[in-house]
Design a protein around this ligand. Structure first.
Ligand code: NAD
Length: 355
């Protein structure tokens, strides 16, 4: 089992170190190799995704990724910015299916911004298409407008597009995931306004006919954004495109108390995957040793389950995380009265001890 470890920037190095410790405490043998990515790789090699890093990621069974980015790179040309590394990895590894479970642990109900009764027991799975949509569609750019409201002035444009196979494969992923859960899928679109998402809705409906045991509903994205904070427990599996999934999954993150608790998995068609916390590099707290490592540790558990086929080890890590929460240990982002505040390393060590 070969794991490419790409800590990245900011808190990425701090939280990945804890996840690596947790993996090391399992009675399994891994080959782990670390490489630079993001701003750190730009500083060393002049590119956020150097060839050697990409090669390592391609050859590994799974990639354990921290986070990339820092405000200081905002002035770099787009192709050299740290965030391009993650887009490059998704594209080169064909990681089209992004799984973001949003689980509200009973111990953290009070850390949510919603009332406890709305989030207690919350367990939803957002499946976001990751390699298409307006984030990758061509053409894109800036030009002088020849039509529109202000011809002759500067304008910028992106292209929203989805092909049938792209929608079909993510729909299959969602229906199959729903079969292992409560058997319900909500497909989120904007079919009332966008041609791309009327097509999305039509294709998801067609694929759904192959899964008569799964209940399929459709919801417009604006309504979904509202329902997620009104009655989030009504959802089970949510499947949507790249841009809507980006926004809704961060919204769902806050329901769980902190983005520092949310793991994610991005998979290709051969179960090779990239595993990372849903949050970014948090430059505001980098180097302070206070970042929550649990999202990354839970991402390592997803890696064991999906790419390395070690479900028992994944269960053990998830149980260890629950155990430290039950013991009342909290990093600053999930701290509340009556609990004990710990730093990043103490939290990692507590998970290892619980294992
Ligand atoms: P962010 O997720 O890094 O931080 C948002 C807020 O959440 C900050 O206040 C931060 O301190 C807090 N936070 C995030 N993770 C935390 C953790 N584990 N423990 C405690 N608190 C945590 O988002 P941002 O500030 O908008 O972006 C910072 C940088 O990260 C930018 O350069 C952005 O482009 C990049 N980014 C990278 C990824 C990625 O690598 N996949 C994802 C999102 C943002």
């Amino acid at each position: 089992m070969k794991i490419a470890v790409l800590p990245g920037d900011g808190i990425g190095t701090e939280i990945v170190a804890e996840a690596v410790k947790v993996l090391g405490a399992l009675d399994l043998k891994f080959e782990m190799e670390t490489a630079l990515v993001g701003g750190a790789a730009y500083e060393a090699y002049g590119h956020p995704l150097p060839e050697a890093t990409l090669k390592l990621a391609k050859e590994a069974d799974a990639v354990l990724f921290g986070a990339v980015g820092d405000w200081k790179y905002d002035k770099l040309e787009r192709s050299l910015r740290p965030e391009q590394a993650i887009l490059g990895l998704r594209k080169n590894l064909g990681l089209f299916a992004n799984f973001r479970p949003a689980i509200c642990y009973e111990q953290l109900v009070d850390a949510s911004s919603l009332k406890p009764e709305l989030v207690a027991g919350l367990d939803i799975l957002i499946i976001r298409e990751l390699t298409g949509d307006i984030y990758f569609g061509q053409p894109r750019g800036r030009r002088i407008a020849t039509d529109g409201h202000f011809p002759g002035t500067e304008e910028a444009f992106d292209t929203m597009r989805y092909s049938r196979p792209e929608i079909e494969r993510i729909a299959h992923v969602a229906f199959q995931a729903a079969r292992k859960r409560s058997g319900r899928v909500t497909s989120v679109d904007k079919a009332n306004v966008l041609e791309t998402f009327q097509f999305w809705k039509d294709v998801v409906t067609e694929v759904g006919q192959q899964y008569p045991d799964v209940q399929l509903d459709h919801m417009y994205v604006d309504n979904a954004a509202m329902q997620l904070v009104r009655a989030p427990k009504k959802f089970d599996v949510v499947v949507t495109g790249n841009i809507f999934g980006d926004i809704l999954s961060d919204e769902a993150a806050m329901l769980t108390g902190s983005i520092g608790m949310l793991p994610s998995a991005s998979l290709n068609s051969s179960s090779q995957g990239l595993y990372e916390p849903s949050h970014g590099s948090a430059p505001d707290i980098a180097g302070k040793g206070i970042a929550n490592p649990l999202a990354t540790i839970l991402s390592a558990a997803m890696m064991l389950r999906f790419s390395l086929k070690q479900p028992a080890a994944a269960d053990r890590i998830e149980a260890a995380v629950k155990s430290v929460l039950t013991q009342g240990l909290r990093t600053a982002d999930i701290f509340s009265a009556g609990t004990r505040q710990v730093n990043t390393q103490e939290m990692g060590a507590a998970v290892v001890k619980a294992l």
